[in-house]
Design a protein around this ligand. Structure first.
Ligand SMILES: [Zn+2]
Length: 71
């Protein structure tokens, strides 16, 4: 009998023992996949570093949430 591996979202890679953290991470990663819109031109914003975002369209750099723009 092989070992059954549970697949728990993208955080499955952490294995056992990270229960609470893992659930939080799944929520964060799920949200991260939603596109983040530039507040100025509604273009696509990308995260440059923690809390710093840059819009590909109007090339503005602005502060936002650490993982998502609006948090
Ligand atoms: Zn923009």
């Amino acid at each position: 009998m092989g070992v059954k591996k549970k697949k728990i979202g993208a955080a499955g890679r952490f294995g056992a023992g990270y229960g609470k953290v893992k659930n939080k991470l799944i929520a964060v990663e799920k949200k991260q996949r939603i596109r983040q819109d530039c507040p100025f031109c509604k273009g696509r914003a990308v995260r440059v570093s923690k809390g710093i975002w840059n819009c590909k369209k109007c090339n503005k750099t602005f502060a936002g949430g650490i993982f998502h723009l609006k948090d």
